[in-house]
Design a protein around this ligand. Structure first.
Ligand code: C2E
Ligand code: CA
Ligand code: CA
Ligand code: CA
Length: 276
């Protein structure tokens, strides 16, 4: 096909057209999705490495387009940001998480919920105020909730961001720095922001224990966090070897396919309701 330039060109424009069509379909679908119940949540267990017990869940958003089928959050979250509907999405996720938390509590299972927050949410000056209102309306106790933020959330408008985080903290909501080690993670995050927990990115976790330099960093982040009183959780744990290594170096919590994939509410209840 090397000399068949004309055909390649036609394939190429066909690809572009397909992509534009997909994005248009997705954007229209996403705008309607909250009304039409096209979103739902799944829950990935987080476990204590020392006891193996359930320590909480990460709440993950799922979207199924009526024509295109299931779409990855890696594809649809950036589109929601572009469409300026992230405030509504986060509010919906938090409200659903509150309802689920309450339902499980009534069934005798108190589950800590970790919810992802977009950098755009933190540029909303009234974010903490709106969150407090939501917890009051839902009669939900914020101390069982954690917000997972990435460092991009923290890099702009420093003063304003610190104010919002402090207000959240006063409202007993915990702050987790997500994907730690995936970007230009700096130790400034430990000193300038009121962070309760760091979540070590899966790229780090998946490099152990074969990459020696990686292991040295992993080991020292654990020590540093402990000394600073910051909790740790490792994401993307896929093998027993990784879990054993992380436990040995003093990590407290872990999450990943080795323990469990994200589960539907029903599957989660089947697995944990009887054991708690
Ligand atoms: P994240 O916050 O880093 O979430 C972890 C992702 O890793 C999830 O992908 C999870 O399913 C996946 N994962 C869990 N264990 C393993 C493992 O052992 N190995 C590997 N390779 N992957 C694992 P998911 O659910 O596709 O979500 C992708 C990203 O989309 C999330 O990354 C998060 O940034 C974003 N996202 C998901 N739900 C929400 C939401 O409700 N709000 C916002 N703002 N973002 C969300
Ligand atoms: Ca996360
Ligand atoms: Ca993460
Ligand atoms: Ca990640």
């Amino acid at each position: 096909a090397k000399h068949n330039g004309r055909n390649n060109y036609q394939f190429f424009t066909k690809d572009i057209k397909e992509n534009i069509k997909r994005i248009m379909l997705l954007e229209n679908g996403l705008k309607k999705a909250l009304r039409e119940h096209a979103f739902h949540l799944v829950y990935q267990p987080q476990v204590s490495l020392s006891t193996g017990e359930l320590a909480g869940v990460e709440v993950l958003l799922r979207y199924t387009h009526p024509v295109l089928g299931p779409v990855s959050p890696f594809e649809f979250i950036p589109l929601c940001e572009k469409l300026h509907i992230m405030d509504d999405i986060t509010e919906w996720v938090l409200r659903e998480a509150c309802k689920q938390h309450k339902e499980w509590k009534e069934k005798g299972m108190v589950v800590k919920m970790a919810v992802n927050v977009s950098p755009l949410n933190l540029s909303n000056q009234r974010f903490s105020e709106q969150l407090k209102k939501l917890f009051t309306e839902e009669h939900c106790d914020p101390q069982y909730f954690e917000l997972e933020l990435t460092e991009t959330s923290l890099s702009s408008h420093l003063e304003e961001t610190i104010r919002i985080l402090q207000e959240l903290k006063e409202a007993k909501i915990s702050i987790v720095l997500d994907d730690f080690g995936s970007g230009y993670s700096s130790l400034v995050y430990f000193t300038d922001f009121p962070i309760d927990k760091i979540k070590i990115d899966k790229s780090f976790v998946q490099g152990i224990p074969n990459k020696e330099r990686n292991s040295i960093i992993i080991e020292n982040i654990a020590r540093l966090s402990k000394q600073l009183g910051i909790e740790t959780l490792c994401e993307g744990v896929e093998t027993e070897e990784q879990a054993v290594f992380l436990k040995k170096y003093g990590y407290e919590f872990a999450q990943g396919y080795f323990f469990s994939k994200p589960l539907s509410k029903e599957r989660f209840e089947q697995k944990y309701l009887a054991t708690v």
